[in-house]
Design a protein around this ligand. Structure first.
Ligand code: GDP
Length: 452
């Protein structure tokens, strides 16, 4: 077990009247429990007891729970005190356990210890932070699945495939006379091909997870007076949608967080992409373009007459961006609401922000995209995971290149292939934390809240 000093923190942030928990973890937790209870606590038993100051003054009546190592959240001896949720009372209790031998925990330190003691892998520890920060129901479920190890299991499958390929390539290094034969083995090529397919699949899942965890970011674009504000109001106006202004709002880019039936959207309403007439407008345009570059989706508000030109303008700024086109103001043309799909152009939704006709079609489409299709199988993930998977994919690609050339007698090198796969392995290891640098751990755990 990882040996460390004893930490303590208020592990809940209760509202008035709720229950507050002070959590203690480490070698002194047992002694602290005995001091408070006046006798040895029973394992995993809730003792209803008086919680007292050193001089015997009563602080509260509450529950004392004792989880001896290794069967605890951190894997260390853990003591929990459940008291009334007054912040002042909890602070007094925290000071009391610190006087008895604990020290205040840093943010994320409990989860870090759980990780160091093998209770969680890194992806699961991050899932806990995601769970706490979840901004929507779908994000809660996705974090739960990551916590349950769904993501880690996917990475372990990749590891197993990779190890198989590595064994064969390393063998080619050990037997130079047979190097070409070993590299030209169709089974090796097949294994590498399978690995590429699987990494791409996990990468797509992780991207979806990132989107779920932080909410899909949508940027609203279109010329002035096309009805962007009206559309935003129509989307936000119904009681199924909750709009909150996000701090940091500028007058050029208005950011709104929109909850659509359990998935969250981060919507940026830009000053549009019109040619700037003055410095302020230039700044607005610059910010609009920056918002565009960051976003997952551009929602282009236009109409039946102008959408082709408007789409070309968006494409000029962001050629690879996913675009959804809204053909607004159908009421003026007397046309029905519609979803218009054809192979040549992005999906278009004809609607009226004023009458509300067709807004449900748009909402359904946004929800579908924000959840990446099926929310029931998604797990939360982070940009860090996506980057590591991308690195692994590139290394596997490089290794495949070498192996294919070797197989075709064109001088591919087992040495290079082996090196690339070793780096791919490192990238996978970073995901679950099998080998992680201290800096990486610090960066991850310091983003937690205290007490977790
Ligand atoms: P923005 O500049 O793109 O934000 O556009 P606004 O939302 O301010 O709308 C510009 C004008 O178009 C306003 O007078 C709106 O009332 C009007 N408008 C917006 N949507 C519709 C619509 O669906 N039908 C009709 N007839 N007018 C609309």
């Amino acid at each position: 077990m990882h040996v460390a000093d004893t930490i303590a923190a208020v592990a809940t942030a209760p509202g008035a009247g709720g229950v507050g928990i002070v959590r203690v973890s480490g070698t002194q937790a047992g002694a602290i429990a005995r001091a408070l209870l006046g006798r040895a606590p029973r394992a995993r038993h809730a003792h209803y007891t008086a919680l007292r100051e050193a001089d015997g003054a009563l602080l509260d009546q509450g529950l004392l729970l004792w989880f001896p190592a290794p069967h605890s959240y951190t894997g260390e001896d853990v003591l929990e005190l459940h008291a009334h949720g007054s912040p002042i009372l909890l602070d007094l209790l925290l000071r009391r356990v610190c006087a008895l031998g604990a020290r205040p925990a840093r943010a994320g330190e409990f989860s870090e210890r759980a990780y160091l003691n093998g209770k969680l892998d890194l992806a699961q520890a991050e899932a806990i932070a995601d769970l706490i920060a979840a901004g929507s129901e779908a994000a809660v479920h996705a974090a739960q699945r990551a916590l349950a190890g769904v993501f880690s299991a996917r990475v372990n499958e990749l590891q197993a495939l990779l190890t198989g390929a590595r064994v064969q390539i390393e063998a080619a290094l050990d037997f130079p006379d047979e190097e070409l034969e070993l590299l030209a083995d169709p089974a090796l090529l097949a294994a590498l091909a399978e690995l590429r397919v699987q990494v791409a699949a996990v990468l797509a899942e992780a991207r979806r997870g990132v989107r779920l965890a932080r909410g899909m970011s949508v940027v609203l674009v279109g010329r002035p007076n096309t009805g962007k504000s009206s559309l935003l109001n129509a989307l936000a106006g119904e009681d199924r949608a909750i709009v909150t202004a996000v701090p940091g709002t500028t007058r050029d880019v208005l950011r709104l967080e929109l909850q659509l039936d359990g998935v969250s959207l981060d919507l940026a309403d830009t000053a549009g992409l019109r040619a700037a007439r003055d410095a302020i407008e230039r700044e607005g345009t610059r910010r609009a373009l920056a918002a565009l570059a960051d976003a997952d989706l551009a929602l282009l508000v236009s109409d039946a007459e102008h959408w082709i030109d408007d789409l070309a303008a968006v494409r000029a700024h962001a050629p690879d961006m996913a675009v959804l086109v809204v053909l607004n103001k159908i009421d003026l043309l007397g046309q029905p609401a519609a979803r218009i799909e054809d192979a040549a152009s992005p999906l278009r939704i004809a609607l009226s922000a004023r009458s509300g006709a067709g807004v449900d079609l748009l909402r359904a489409e946004l929800r579908r995209r924000a959840s990446g299709g099926d929310t029931d199988t998604a797990y939360s993930a982070r940009t860090r995971h996506v980057l590591a998977l991308q690195r692994a994919a590139a290394e596997i690609e490089a290794a495949s290149f070498e192996v294919q050339h070797a197989a075709a007698r064109q001088g591919g090198l087992a040495e290079l292939a082996a090196e690339a796969l070793r780096r791919a392995q490192q990238a996978f290891d970073e995901l679950t934390g099998t080998h992680s640098s201290e800096d990486l751990l610090d960066a991850i755990f310091s983003s937690f809240c205290i007490g977790k």
